[in-house]
Ligand binder design. Structure first.
Ligand code: ADP
Ligand code: MG
Length: 293
């Protein structure tokens, strides 16, 4: 690769909101045949809104939302913002939380008003050995079928509530995916969210390979498996939960506006956080290498 053509390409890419870490990143991007994408914050806005708070026991709904918001005020996850904003919109007094802890890709936990509180997916529930009965599962599935992400709230080890949050697909996503397919890329979706919520997004976007309910480590494993099959894989993601996958991919692509750790783990950053920028970056990287050879 001649330094000048690489410089020109990276300058042009930067004008289009694509920052390459180095020349090698441009060359690796050119060779990819598979694009793996995270769902929340990458395909979708990552600005979900609160849809429902369901009390499963004696505790009133506002108290549940207050406890959830107390924990989520300390989290950076997009789901957390939806819950905090939802509590604010309802004028609920949010208590202070202590002993706060994030379980990456699963949820949050801590102490609120002297109670042990957890909020997250079913993996977090099973870690804490909290059982989930069929009726609650059916209620959760009904909300998921509409594309919502459902979180389970436990208080002192008992399942007390369900919180549903829904996210919108970014307006630029459908066109970007169809352009990338037209360039010959296979699209694979990865998410820590459950299959029903993931399926609603995947079918809206015509993505037929979906891995749902995957932990951050499993995201990286899916990519390694694709590589073992001979694919050259780019991974696009925005979160801490995507960092291991971004690091093992042939090209890691971070969404600007996502977490710093994602950007540090990636070789490419899309400044505006729109996948449409990859289309341009791919065209440029291919044109560059054609010039050089
Ligand atoms: P994605 O892969 O779609 O970006 P994550 O891996 O970050 O999603 O999260 C997976 C799941 O873990 C979420 O769908 C949610 O159920 C749960 N979760 C993660 N972080 C939080 C949080 N701060 N509060 C509640 N639930 C969370
Ligand atoms: Mg994400």
């Amino acid at each position: 690769a001649t330094p000048i053509s690489i410089m020109v390409a990276s300058g042009r890419a930067a004008q289009n909101g694509v920052l390459f870490r180095d020349a090698a990143a441009i060359e690796s991007l050119r060779a990819i045949d598979t694009l793996v994408v995270d769902k929340t914050g990458t395909l979708t806005e990552g600005k979900p809104v609160l849809k429902a708070v369901v009390s499963l026991g004696e505790m009133p709904r506002p108290a549940l939302l207050g406890m959830a918001a107390a924990l989520e005020r300390l989290s950076e996850h997009p789901l957390a913002r939806a819950i905090v904003h939802g509590a604010e919109a309802e004028g609920i007094a949010v208590p202070q939380a202590a002993q706060f802890r994030t379980v990456t890709g699963a949820g949050v936990e801590g102490e609120v008003d002297g109670h042990a509180v957890t909020l997250g997916n079913h993996r977090l529930l099973s870690n804490a050995c909290v059982p989930l009965d069929d009726e609650v599962m059916a209620r959760a599935d009904a909300m998921r079928g509409e594309g919502a992400t459902v979180m389970f709230l436990t208080v002192d080890g008992a399942l007390e509530g369900l919180i549903a949050v829904a996210d919108r697909i970014k307006p630029s996503t459908p066109q970007a995916l169809s352009d990338l397919r037209a360039q010959g890329l296979r699209i694979v979706m990865l998410t820590g969210d459950n299959l029903a919520a993931a399926g609603a997004v995947a079918s809206a976007l015509d993505i037929d390979e979906v891995h749902a309910d995957v932990s951050p480590a499993e995201k990286a494993e899916v990519i390694q498996r694709l590589q073992a099959q001979g694919h050259r894989v780019a991974m696009a993601g925005d979160g801490i939960n995507d960092a291991p996958a971004l690091a093992v991919a042939n090209v890691g692509i971070a969404m600007g506006g996502g977490t710093d750790i994602a950007m540090e783990s990636a070789q490419v950053t899309l400044v505006k956080g729109e996948l449409s920028a990859i289309v341009r970056a791919l065209t440029l990287s291919r044109a560059t290498v054609r010039n050089i050879r």
